[in-house]
Design a protein around this ligand. Sequence first.
Ligand SMILES: O=P(O)(O)OC[C@H]1O[C@](O)(COP(=O)(O)O)[C@@H](O)[C@@H]1O
Ligand SMILES: [Mg+2]
Ligand SMILES: [Mg+2]
Length: 331
Amino acid sequence: MSVNFDGLGLSADLADTMTRLTGVGARLARIIARNGLDGNLAEAAGTNAGGDGQKALDLIADDMFMDALRDGAVCHYASEEQDEVVDFGAGTLALAIDPLDGSSNIDVNVSIGTIFSIFPAAETPEASFLRPGTEQIAGGYIIFGPQTALVVTFGNGVQQWVLEPGTEIWTRVADPKPLPTETSEYAINASNYRHWPQPIRAFVDDMVAGAEGPRGRNFNMRWIASLVAETHRIITRGGVFLYPGDDREGYERGRLRHVYECAPIAMLVTQLGGGATDGADPILTALPDRLHARTPFVFGSASKVARVAAYHDLPQDETNALFNKRGLFRS
Ligand SMILES: O=P(O)(O)OC[C@H]1O[C@](O)(COP(=O)(O)O)[C@@H](O)[C@@H]1O
Ligand SMILES: [Mg+2]
Ligand SMILES: [Mg+2]
């Protein structure tokens, strides 16, 4: 078998679905590695329900996953690239997917990925996905980077496989460790600073102020613009990721999609002892109101995520105050 999930207690339907996902992942890895040799995968190809421009690879990946899953155990297929849930008819599972995450990085040869979330199927296609992330039975991603890897949780720890290059063989490697608690790295698209709500500005201001500021130490920043790649870095060495809502039109609830981006990442990170919120409240217990709903998203080392929430509790004059006057977190 090209991938082995033995010993993890998966139902036959879940194991079959994972085998189909990893099969497509292996084939996509080859296609991605041949970008520019067989055509341009970053070519503009349309607009999706969320209003985002689609690239050729977004549509190729969506077609491949849909074709591979259609005659298996998945009856409800929800994708970033499909306006509505696709109803395959029979099956016990519902799968939501961001077939290609980090599309803006396709043409620059930077890590991209696939994010997926699996639920037991509900009565109707909509009901399968408009539910809290705590009901997921699997959440994970495939990262297409220098290495292609699968990182997934089935609700009992997090497991990882690496693709043998040029094959469809996935080899299980050491499980990711719990997230480090003391970390000094944060990830946010700082070009939106002027649009952020005050608590987010204050949180970032205090890190930018470094050793001379209220936090009394220096921090480092990374922004890849691929949620999968940021997640892989954070589960490997800790840190915190923020994509808040902001005052740009259409960004009131941030950019990231609740069902097929944030909920599965939240499940993974929580399994590793980390936190995942919308800035203040947990993602996993929140109810998305529609398939393509967006949500502000903060995740990573639990203490950092809790700190962001605490900034939301500060009185407004404290978040407006000059950083040296901010009392709460002087440490
Ligand atoms: O370009 P921005 O605003 O920094 O947004 C980057 C974010 O957008 C995304 O690329 C959205 O995902 P898609 O590529 O699947 O639309 C995330 O991976 C990333 O975190
Ligand atoms: Mg995405
Ligand atoms: Mg996408």
